[in-house]
Structure formats: structure tokens, C-alpha cells
Design a protein around this ligand. Structure first.
Ligand SMILES: Cc1ncc(COP(=O)(O)O)c(C=O)c1O
Length: 351
């Protein structure tokens, strides 16, 4: 019998959002608008070169990202989705006996990737659906190597403001790597949720994580990146699986960066729908926190699974976190309407 790492045997696998043929999918926080127009045409041109390896250094993508963020390319590391970059960051700093701290519940991959990287995952309970930064700072010890701040937080949709985030980072020892995960940045209100790149661009122990999977509508192609000090980025790059960002993914990301106006327009549509759906749900008697992301959090506790099953019976797939709540991705207006009809019927049935 092969000797498998005991920590892996205990580990729960990642649970992806469900897909049921014909159903409306509001379970994976994807963009509902399809590929950006310039991306679709660029991908069609590229198929002839796919028998070759991609550019391992992703040089043109790094240049495009560097121009976007006003930094040198040496400040950026890319990966196959920001999930891979999360893993790379953990592999950069973790070893046996080290810990990574994060609020919980948060992005499901954090504990999995921490364990795979050989560290221990420290789950710090949320307070009122928000990351409890005081409790997270208190959980930092000599063993801590990395802290995730998920801003806005998946799945609870809440965000940390500039003053508490700055105070939190100031409190942490400089040997701890702070990863501000901004996967949903484009949906957040800039007057309430800081851009961590602007805030911490000069700190050697802060990196900011971004993805092309959400507002850039490229979840299927797998591109994400982090921005930070060149000293740490040089190490993070060593942990990438060689050639993990395919040629199609690199070119699609470069094309998507050129479509900023459309990205902003689509994010605006999603935010408008988010506010409408939030208002309708509250009118129906649901309690939910204000969202800064492209999804809503319904803290339905013990009813979470039954509510999700009820919505599936009505043709809408949501994401249940049994015993805690349900995450509802904001889709197209007609998809959201189908969800609201199901949510209204649930309340009527409960009377
Ligand atoms: C907070 C957060 N970070 C990172 C990711 C990873 O996204 P991807 O690997 O598609 O870039 C997700 C995906 O849902 C997420 O919710």
C-alpha cells in the first residue's frame, strides 16, 4: 500500500457548483454575459498554433497587466486561475508546522490548498457574516506564514473597509505574507471597498490576488495573477506548474484587458441586478447582508439544503452550505426573476 500523507486522507475535496442540463445556473459566481466580443474573435484566430507550448514566462500578458496596474512586470505572477496562484503563494511560504489563517467561512479552496502545501489551516469564525479582523490578528502566532483576507468575502459577500484593513495589516508581523484576495473587486463599491493594490503597493509582505474568471468572463480558460513586491513574486513564480497558463488563456486575457469599457459596463449591470434582487428578497422577508460581489448570501441555517432543493425543483441551481446558508450568483435579469419566483414560492409554502 502506498504511504499517503495522513493530512490528505482527512481532507475534504473541493465541491464545485452543480450543473444540471437545462437548469439556470446561479451556483458558481460566473459572468452570465458570455465571452467578451474581442476575446471570442481572438480565440478563433489562435487554434493553428496550439500544437506548440505556450510562452512559459507569459511575457506579453505580464506586460499588459503591468501596464494596467502601473507596475513593472516583475511585480506580477500568473497562474491557471487565481486558485493556482493561491496554491503557489502557500507553497512559497509553507512547510511542516506552519499555519495559514483565514476567516471562515470563506473561499473553499483556502483550507484545501493550505493542507496540500503542507501547512495547517486556522479557521477564524466570521462575526455577523464579516471577517473578524481582530480575531484573525489574535490567531497569528510564530507559526503563521500567510493570512488570507478575502475582499469581498466568498460566500458571505461582505467586505472589509480601508481603515480596518490598513490597521489589520499594520498589526501583523512583517514576516507574515498577507494575501488580499480581490476575485470580486470589479463588483465592489470603490467608496466602501479599498483597492488593496493602491493601499499596499509598497509593502513587501502584501500581495493582491486577482482573476479573469469573474468580471472578465474567462472562468473556463483559467487565468489569475497576483501583484506584490518583486522579491516575493520571484519566489512565487518558481512554484507554478510549468506551462500551466495555456496559450489560449494568455491571449484571451490580453484581449480581455483591452475591453475594459465593456467589463465595467457588464459589472454595472450585475451590480444593478444585485441591488434589485436584494431589495426584492428583503421585501419577501429574507434577511441578507449587503453584497459587494456578484452573488448574495442567504443565511438560512438549517433550511439551506431544503431551500436549495426547492429552487432546483423550480429549475434554478444555487450553492448550499448545509447548516449555514445559500449563495446565489447574480445572473441575467430573467434568470434572477426565475430565482425570485422560486424564493417567493418558498415563503408562500412556509405560511
Ligand atoms: C475568493 C475567491 N478567490 C479565488 C477564486 C478562484 O477563482 P479562479 O481560480 O477561477 O481564478 C474564487 C473562485 O470562486 C474565489 O471565490
Amino acid at each position: 500500500m502506498v504511504h499517503v500523507r495522513p493530512s490528505l486522507i482527512e481532507l475534504q475535496s473541493y465541491v464545485p457548483g452543480r450543473k444540471v442540463p437545462g437548469a439556470i445556473v446561479l451556483a458558481s459566481n460566473e459572468s452570465p454575459y458570455g465571452l467578451l466580443p474581442g476575446v471570442a474573435s481572438r480565440l478563433a484566430e489562435l487554434t493553428g498554433g496550439l500544437s506548440r507550448y505556450p510562452d512559459m514566462g507569459a511575457v506579453r500578458l505580464l506586460e499588459a497587466l503591468a501596464a494596467r496596474h502601473g507596475v513593472a512586470p516583475g511585480h506580477i505572477a500568473v497562474g491557471a486561475g487565481s486558485s493556482e496562484v493561491c496554491g503557489q503563494l502557500l507553497h512559497t511560504v509553507s512547510s511542516a508546522g506552519t499555519e495559514a489563517v483565514f476567516g471562515w467561512r470563506s473561499f473553499e479552496a483556502y483550507p484545501i490548498l493550505t493542507t496540500v502545501a503542507g501547512g495547517a489551516a486556522i479557521h477564524v469564525p466570521l462575526r455577523d457574516h464579516h471577517q473578524d479582523l481582530d480575531a484573525m490578528a489574535a490567531a497569528v502566532t510564530d507559526r503563521t506564514r500567510l493570512v488570507f483576507v478575502c475582499n469581498p468575502n466568498n460566500p458571505t459577500s461582505t467586505a472589509v473597509g480601508e481603515t480596518p484593513l490598513r490597521a489589520f495589516v499594520d498589526r501583523l508581523p512583517e514576516h507574515v505574507l498577507v494575501v488580499v484576495d480581490e476575485a470580486y473587486h470589479e463588483y465592489a463599491d470603490p467608496s466602501e471597498v479599498p483597492d488593496a493594490l493602491a493601499l499596499f503597493g509598497d509593502r513587501p509582505n502584501v500581495v493582491v490576488l486577482r482573476t479573469f474568471s469573474k468580471a472578465y468572463a474567462l472562468a473556463g480558460l483559467r487565468v489569475g495573477y497576483c501583484v506584490g513586491a518583486p522579491e516575493i513574486i520571484a519566489q512565487v513564480r518558481k512554484t507554478q506548474t510549468p506551462f500551466s497558463v495555456s496559450a489560449l488563456a494568455q491571449e484571451a486575457a490580453i484581449a480581455a484587458l483591452q475591453e475594459n469599457e465593456e467589463v465595467v459596463r457588464r459589472a454595472g449591470l450585475t451590480v444593478k441586478e444585485r441591488e434589485r434582487v436584494t431589495h426584492e428578497l428583503r421585501s419577501l422577508g429574507y434577511e441578507l447582508p449587503d453584497s459587494q460581489a456578484n452573488f448574495l448570501w442567504l443565511p438560512l441555517g438549517q433550511d439551506s439544503t431544503a431551500f436549495t432543493d426547492h429552487c432546483l425543483d423550480n429549475g434554478v441551481i444555487l450553492r448550499a452550505f448545509p447548516g449555514e446558508g445559500v449563495r446565489v450568483t447574480i445572473g441575467l435579469p430573467e434568470e434572477n426573476a426565475a430565482f425570485l419566483t422560486a424564493a417567493a414560492a418558498w415563503k408562500t409554502d412556509a405560511q
